[in-house]
Design a protein around this ligand. Sequence first.
Ligand SMILES: [Zn+2]
Length: 529
Amino acid sequence: MKKYWAITNCRVSSDEQLKNNSLNRQRESVLKAAQRLGVIIPKDGQWSGSASSKKGNNFKRKDILEMLDYCKKHRQVKYLIIDEPDRFMRSIKEAFYWETKFEQEVGVKVYYACDDSLNGDDLAAKMMRFTKYFAAEGSNEERQRKSISGDAKAITEGRYPFRPKLGYCKSLKPGIHVVAPEIGDLMKSILLRLSAGLLSLPESLAEYNNSNYVRNGKHCGYKMDKWRKIVTDPYYAGVVEMNRQVKARNEHGLHVPLISLEEHLRIVEIVTKRRKNQNGPRKNGNPDFPLNTITLCKDCYEMEQKSGRVGRRNRGKFVGFKHGNGRTNKVYKRYRCRICGRSILRDELHKEVQEFLAMLDFSSSGRRLLEDALNRVWKAEEESEASKIIKLRNEATNIRRINNELIDKLATTNNATVYRQIEERIEERTKQIEELEDEICEIEERQNNNKQNFIDFALNFADNLGVHFFEIDLSLIKEFKLLLFPEGFFVNSNNKVYTTKISPFYRLREIKKSSEDDKLDLMVRVKRL
Ligand SMILES: [Zn+2]
């Protein structure tokens, strides 16, 4: 079978930077299209250059007239392949003029390599081509779009065409950054210890912010949200990627990584786990059934105990489940004993537990103990806040000193570009100082208001345990149960709730005070809370 030919045209505008990169990319693109079409590109059938495609220039454009001529001589040419429409023309009228002329006079189709949906003869494809030319004619976006696909190409080649990451600096090879002196070593050491669990995330941030590198003003300090992004950046494990309008990723960047991919993944795990703990998504099971595993079926529990199954191995626990009523589409929530299978409506059991809790009195000795513990917790909190304020003040002082130096420098600068750069840095630092001062104010205000609120809230909570029990966060319910009712709740055969052991905080109305030992034990646990 005779193979058809295609000719190609790659073009850069005369003022375009990185001409070679852009031309290479276009060439690759048109070659791929020729492969897809199964056509041959003759050696003398390739045009490239920087002829202007501006509106009005194209009726007599030299390269186009040559191409038309070539097609007249070589009738096996069936395609003129262009990377993108605006590489051909930047004018709607002229583009359609030439598309038509090539087709009518020499039977050659203008073919766009970048997007096959432009190449149809249907209305949709024509509309898309029209839109492209419309944009090209009117807009200055061209260079921007070119540089985006150029960036994506750099990524696939392992280069990183953007600003060097923290710890790296530019080298003679564009896009291949090298480990920077001082800060490179620091980042490597921090990342390695972070991944090995030798540093916590806050410690790693403090170490960076307190390093000489930051203190000497070579770089600004960071806050946690930004720091989190930095330490989990896969670039440090050798990955280059871009997440802009165009996404690209290459795990084999040409730069020297600071850590292995495995170490990077461990850091990601550590950082995301920490965040989870802070935001507190439930980790203690089904929020619909807070009594799961802390409520026991009395008869089955005793039977199990006789046969030696105690503690966690005891299977007499109530577990929540949902069931529907097919006719009414209603969903019922119930707890069911895992051994005998008897079940009780969720709301009914919750009500029983609340009623039982309402029967408890907060003992006066328990009340004193709690107040005491709360005060202690509060004091520890205050101390850590105070040291935080000192740290923030130091930080602000440092930045202020650097800023003053910069202002001095400004006075002696004649070069306008340098002047502007210094001005920008001063502005940046002034903003940092303002942020620090805001933060200090916030902490101080919080300190003044909160102590009494905190203690009032806690005592009120304890006084009305029955009312509040099911409002507690699920993870705390387990803690509370451990603290107040170490044996859990029991449900007898009449569905009445009781417990066998109560903490010294509380007493049933007729229960006597408990021993000193228990109190001490309890204080330890409260401190943990
Ligand atoms: Zn049972």
